[in-house]
Design a protein around this ligand. Structure first.
Ligand code: GCU
Length: 610
């Protein structure tokens, strides 16, 4: 093995790696393309000083990954030796794989050998489902791409870097939090680093379908419209879209931008909804590229302060969800993680989930499509970003674009959220209005929202919560977070709180609740203390009564389904680096509040659609 490791090292040390393209593309419907998985064990090197990226004078190593050469009389310097290095599982954050990496924030190098036989008239991409947070990628010592953002996929065209036979990929992932990041330095979730989702090789024809939007017309439920984009296609190239179960098919030709407008009349379509989550096989083809997808068709819109699904008012009985893996903890990525989390949401009686605070693994939205669970999906424009920094705005736009491009074919997603609890000031409002406009431009078929903070005014009989954040002008649906009864006003606080909402728009109470350590109980007959299950359960009762007094409340997603790790939660013996607001513990223990919420949803005593 050492020989091949030396070969790799020599190749890396003395090759003159060309600077290939550093941009990335994003293949859509990736889970329906044949791929070669690179999941499994990768050799890894922990590099806290980013030695592989910077010289000892802190200059960026221009052409890629170098060894930090130190004299070695026996031959080439071997400061790094992947073949002898420890391995980490991919997908998977490094924090929960090795105790020495639990709190680690910095660079980890990943290396993997793979075989490849190039085929004519094809392109090969390295697909990375997510890597938190900053990634640089080399194949056979050629730098092929880089990406910033910890929760959206990216694809590197590695066609020109590949050899026939043995190849290897080396990449660095750096999860260091940065002030000009998205998110920025403060987050109330664990900064899980690494290749946290699937990695694979994807082969496409030279000309291939790389983006499409197919949706039901809001004004004509017998018409599916949209577009198909064929990367590399000349104007006039034909595209076909078919839905066999509807005996519907259409062909169109791409324009000068390689995009074909689609208009597909359909008869007797079963509209997708939580009650009837009907998915149809959709066949897309152009030239030698053939793709299938599983898609539901529905419409979502607002009318005054109502949300209309397929033209009918709906109330969103939801719960917020972090991508925290039940039981094992760590970044959730597997079918099992998804089935457990959404299974619990269904058990609660939910028809809605808020996937906080970043795009989750695609398996989550695929499962929501199958299960009939509506989705609020969001980018981590979280708390106090550098809203005056154009480079940060570019990162937000990139992540919003990546989220929409990956998931626009998911009927379950009805809301794109552009922010969470951001400070109310003109610079922020301008930034996020730009983001809301971009969301509508990229996807006019869905609603735009954000979770806002609310103002509080004392009143003679208690408090008034005022929803007048100017960002609301840019939103279709107003999200608001509040913790009355937890962070303020005590257990009966909700009883004496009134709401003054300055928008005639649908309102979703996108966060509320309180913490409880599973199994911690108040003594019978006493006023329960915070962090007991009894306190949390009582709080839910008081909150539900208050929420029912808000006439334009059209949904709620209490915080949160399951306890999750957070470095901000320091209370020993109670939190131990967990946020305990879950109605279920990270070990699957259902707290008393779970059953309070479940009853309210099952009896439909929380909220009304009209
Ligand atoms: C905020 C924030 C959440 C956080 C929660 C809490 O509302 O949006 O990310 O976890 O409060 O305080 O638990």
């Amino acid at each position: 093995m050492l020989k091949s490791a030396t070969r790799i090292l020599l190749a890396l040390l003395f090759a003159a790696p060309a600077l290939a393209q550093t941009n990335t593309t994003l293949l859509v419907d990736i889970d329906h393309r044949p791929v070669t998985s690179l999941d499994g064990d990768w050799h890894t090197i922990v590099d806290p000083y980013s030695t592989g990226l910077y010289t000892f004078h802190q200059e960026i190593r221009k052409d890629g990954f170098f060894m930090n050469a130190t004299p070695n009389p026996a031959g080439p310097p071997l400061d790094y030796n992947f073949a002898a290095a420890a391995t980490l599982k991919v997908p998977g954050d490094w924090n929960t794989q090795r105790p020495d990496l639990f709190y680690y924030e910095g660079v980890v190098w990943y290396q993997k050998d793979f075989n490849h036989t190039p085929k004519p008239n094809t392109r090969t991409f390295l697909h990375i489902g997510a890597a938190n947070y900053r990634t640089f990628v080399w194949v056979n010592t050629v730098k092929v791409c880089e990406h910033e953002g910890g929760f959206t996929p990216f694809d590197c065209d590695i066609t020109s870097a590949l050899k026939d036979g043995k190849n290897f990929v080396v990449l660095s992932v750096d999860n260091t939090r940065i002030a000009d990041g998205v998110p920025t330095l403060q987050t109330d979730w664990w900064n899980y680093g690494g290749l946290t989702r699937d990695v694979s090789l994807v082969e496409t024809p030279t000309q291939f379908i790389d983006d499409y939007d197919l949706h039901l017309s809001r004004t004509d439920h017998g018409l599916i419209e949209g577009y198909v984009h064929v990367e590399g296609a000349a104007a006039g190239t034909q595209v076909t879209v078919a839905i066999p179960d509807l005996k519907a098919t259409t062909t169109a030709t791409v324009d000068g931008d390689s995009r074909a407008a689609i208009s597909l009349p359909v008869k007797s379509l079963t509209l997708w909804s939580p009650d009837t989550p009907r998915l149809y096989k959709v066949e897309l083809s152009s030239g030698t590229d053939k793709l299938t997808d599983e898609m539901g068709f529905r419409t979502i819109e607002t009318r005054g302060n109502q949300i209309l699904l397929n033209g009918q008012p709906i109330f969103l009985r939801g719960i917020s969800v972090h991508a925290e893996a039940p039981f094992r903890t760590g970044r959730a990525y597997s079918e099992k993680d998804v089935d457990t989390l959404l299974g619990w949401a269904k058990e609660l009686g939910c028809n809605f989930v808020r996937l906080a605070h970043y795009p989750h693994d695609q398996r989550m939205t695929r499962a929501a499509d199958r299960l009939g669970i509506l989705v609020w999906s969001e980018i981590p424009d979280y708390w106090a970003l550098q809203f005056d920094n154009p480079a940060v705005l570019a990162k937000s736009k990139q992540q919003l674009t990546e989220m929409i491009r990956r998931d626009r074919d998911k009927a379950s997603i009805i809301l794109w959220s552009v922010a969470n609890e951001t400070p109310n000031n003109p610079t922020r409002t301008k930034y996020l209005t730009t983001m809301a406009d971009l969301s509508r431009q990229l996807d006019p078929t869905r609603l735009v929202t954000a979770a806002l903070l609310v103002r509080t005014e004392k009143s003679p009989t208690g408090t008034t919560k005022i929803v007048d954040d100017p960002l609301g002008n840019a939103l279709d649906v107003i999200g608001t977070n509040e913790y009355i009864g937890w962070y303020e006003q005590g257990l009966t606080g909700p009883d004496t709180t009134t709401w003054d909402i300055h928008y005639d728009k649908p309102l979703i109470m996108s966060e509320w609740g309180g913490g409880a350590k599973a199994g911690l109980h108040a003594s019978a007959g006493t006023t329960p203390a915070q962090f007991t299950e009894e306190y949390q359960a009582e709080l839910y009762k008081h909150q539900i009564a208050m929420l029912n007094k808000i006439p334009q409340l059209r949904g709620t997603s209490p915080w949160i389904l399951m306890d999750f790790r957070s470095a901000r939660r320091l209370n020993p013996g109670i939190q131990d680096n967990f946020n305990r607001k879950g109605v279920i513990s990270d070990q699957g223990q259902k707290k008393q509040a779970f059953f309070i919420l479940q009853k309210a949803y099952k009896d439909k005593t929380l909220g009304k659609a009209e």
